[in-house]
Design a protein. Structure first.
Length: 116
């Protein structure tokens, strides 16, 4: 999956405030880790992944393996952090967030005195 430079820049801006949701540890890139990244990409589209272990030269290879396995794009790699993007399929929509119930505004002492 290829991204245009403008789209890549916009995605980097959106990912700036995100925290890594998956951390690749000592065991490396296992099927369980790839499955977990897939789950997060389905629900969020744009995620950060941290590669905690491994050599510096291995990180781009890990990023490409993830991208090929999941049909995603590597937006950015800074140090041990990867930003991954995969658009959600057209038919799938995420459930709307539930709003918390609001309490009615609290009445003040003066409002009770004025109503009589």
């Amino acid at each position: 999956m290829e991204l245009t430079p403008a789209r890549r820049r916009a995605l980097r801006g959106q990912a700036h405030h995100l925290q890594p949701v998956v951390i690749i540890g000592d065991a490396g890139l296992t099927p369980a880790v790839i499955n977990e990244i897939d789950v997060h990409l389905k629900s969020h589209e744009l995620i950060k992944v941290k590669v905690a272990e491994g050599e510096r030269a291995d990180r781009p290879r890990v990023a490409e393996q993830i991208a090929q396995a999941l049909g995603a794009a590597v937006v950015q790699q800074i140090g041990k952090t990867l930003v991954m993007y995969r658009p959600r399929p057209e038919g799938e929509a995420i459930a709307p967030k539930k709003r918390p119930r609001r309490k009615p505004p609290r009445r003040t002492k003066r409002s009770f005195q004025m109503s009589s």
